[in-house]
Ligand binder design. Structure first.
Ligand code: PRT
Ligand code: ZN
Length: 225
């Protein structure tokens, strides 16, 4: 049964942030019993429930006040923020702190043999991405008009498949770009995982627990530095 007095924390169910999110919470002393298929897990020793969802759903769950805390990549958070603003909403959340995992960058990449002399040469080009709003924000500031090609996976194949001239995708080691005959030409956004809180006031009990968690997270991160 869901109990509203328990602090609800959303984390990615399975993916690049899930292992380290779980590890962070465990190092903060939260005993979580995660069963593979369960959306919801209960902490055994604290008044905390863990919701395990797709990472893309976490910013919305926070902005809509459905969960109290969330661990999410800044790239996904910022894209959701820009999407909601473009739809006339005024999305709110509280950023508690940046975390020490989930490092990546959102970069422009071109086929290795294509010339590059700065972002202005993207004028009028078709660019494949899963982050159309972050890309638009970046190119708008430079006065560059582009044609977006929205893909939610396999973005790096788009130039070879004739779907786009360039891509704007997440990079960490660069191996995926290299394997697809692409080269990184410009970083447009640097991202890490972060901890966010829903807007509005938490109950005294929840706020006390959040304060305690923040002190523990600080300790865990400092110990790893
Ligand atoms: O299923 P769900 O929707 O929850 O997960 P997802 O598949 O959408 O996301 P997931 O698990 O791939 O990534 C979650 C978050 O991890 C991202 O939003 C980023 O904040 C962060 N992150 C860190 C990365 C990477 N590094 C990363 N390298 N996310 C994706 N990649 C991909 C990238 O898209 C490309 O396909 O890895 C490939 C490039 O990696 P390199 O090492 O070859 O450069
Ligand atoms: Zn996702």
């Amino acid at each position: 049964m869901l109990n509203k007095s328990r602090l609800r924390i959303a984390m990615q169910k399975s993916g690049r942030l899930s292992k380290e999110s779980k590890q962070l919470l465990e190092r903060c002393g939260i005993k979580i019993n995660l069963q593979q298929q369960r959306l919801l897990a209960f902490a055994e020793n604290m008044t905390i429930d863990i919701m395990r969802v797709r990472d893309d759903d976490i910013p919305g769950l926070i902005m809509d006040g459905v969960v109290d805390l969330g661990i999410i990549g800044e790239n996904v958070l910022e894209e959701e923020l820009l999407t909601r603003r473009s739809q006339g909403e005024n999305p709110c959340y509280i950023r508690l702190r940046r975390l020490d995992f989930g490092d990546c960058r959102l970069s422009m990449a071109l086929p290795v043999d294509d010339p590059w002399d700065g972002p202005l040469c993207l004028q009028g080009k078709r660019i494949a991405t899963s982050y159309p709003n972050l890309l638009k924000q970046y190119l708008d500031k430079l006065g560059v008009y582009f044609k977006p090609c929205l893909l939610n996976g396999s973005v790096e194949v788009a130039p070879r498949a004739g779907l786009a001239d360039a891509i704007c995708d997440l990079v960490s080691t660069g191996a995926t770009l290299e394997a697809n005959g692409l080269r990184e030409v410009e970083v447009i956004y640097r991202s890490k995982a972060c901890l966010i809180q829903r807007p509005g006031q938490l109950s005294y009990m929840k706020q006390t627990l959040v304060n305690k968690l923040l002190i523990r997270i600080q300790g865990v991160i400092q110990a790893r530095e």
